[in-house]
Design a protein around this ligand. Structure first.
Ligand SMILES: NC(=O)c1ccc[n+]([C@@H]2O[C@H](COP(=O)([O-])OP(=O)(O)OC[C@H]3O[C@@H](n4cnc5c(N)ncnc54)[C@H](OP(=O)(O)O)[C@@H]3O)[C@@H](O)[C@H]2O)c1
Length: 245
């Protein structure tokens, strides 16, 4: 995918990696970003006034389906969907608290919403000469963090779904790409970046993401995520000890 002259939706594009992707893509493409918070969207538009913005909670089925309908109508050339919106809740599986709220939140935002958005956009994307779906996952798919159990499980489900989708669409005009992200310095960590661990800047993560997609890679491993994948196969206990220290 050249990512030049394309019409691109980035979910969660109002800050962090999504905003860095939007800013890098906007000069050569029509870029629409969505997120829940109008103020954050206005901030993004002030930085980059060519962006189109949409308020949408992608984990709310009615809002998400209305967004798909609106975008297909107003941006009939939309041909790239980047499923980037995500968030995590911290949990203690061994503790006494009720874990259901964290499970529902993490699974619906990080797995159900992007999977359903793929399904909902697919008829439209298949009508385009060239199209691409990009799903953002994490190295924690391979070595999960116990305190983010549901987030890691949801991203693992998204990883599996993305493999199936890519296989099912391999003869079609729709490319499917998974991007495995490392630790990136964004609000995602709510000022709780793990100590002694170096985080990548969001601009670097975005540039590496775009380079991988432009090369036509089906899976883009960024930073040490490929190492995490290998460690999970050859020395899972060592890998888990590093991630959970
Ligand atoms: N940062 C990391 O270390 C890291 C590592 C691996 C993978 N990732 C993945 O990379 C992606 C981007 O993360 P980030 O670090 O850039 O996060 P971030 O800085 O916290 O930004 C998250 C974006 O998603 C939006 N968002 C959150 N919930 C949403 C919802 N229900 N509906 C629509 N938009 C929503 C947020 O805006 P609103 O709050 O206004 O909705 C914001 O624009 C996520 O999928 C994350 O899992 C991040």
């Amino acid at each position: 995918m050249k990512l030049i002259g394309d019409t691109i939706l980035i979910t969660g594009g109002s800050e962090g990696i999504g905003l860095a992707l939007a800013r890098a893509l906007e000069p050569n493409n029509t870029v629409i970003i969505c997120s829940r918070n109008q103020r954050k969207l206005e901030y993004a538009k002030n930085l980059c006034n060519g962006l189109h913005t949409e308020v949408c909670d992608v984990s709310d089925t009615a809002q998400r389906q209305a967004l798909v309908k609106r975008l297909v109508e107003f941006f009939p050339h939309l041909n790239v969907v980047i499923n980037n919106a995500g968030a995590k809740r911290t949990t203690d599986l061994a503790g006494p608290e009720d874990l259901n709220a964290a499970k529902t939140h993490d699974m619906s935002l990080n797995f159900s919403a992007p999977a359903e958005l793929c399904i909902e956009f697919l008829p439209h994307l298949r009508s385009q000469a060239n199209a691409c779906i990009v799903n953002m996952t994490t190295g924690l798919v391979y070595l999960p963090k116990a305190k983010q159990a549901f987030y890691c499980a949801a991203k693992s489900a998204l990883h599996s779904f993305t493999l199936s989708l890519a296989w099912a669409l391999k003869e079609s005009s729709v490319e499917v790409c998974e991007v495995s992200l490392p630790l990136v310095d964004t609000q995602f960590h709510q000022s709780e970046l793990p100590k002694n661990m170096q985080a990548m800047k969001s601009e670097e993560a975005a540039n590496k993401t775009l380079r991988g997609i432009r090369k036509g890679k089906k899976h883009v491993y960024i930073g040490k995520t490929l190492l995490a994948h290998c460690l999970s196969l050859i020395a899972p206990d060592t890998g888990m000890a590093i991630v959970n220290r």
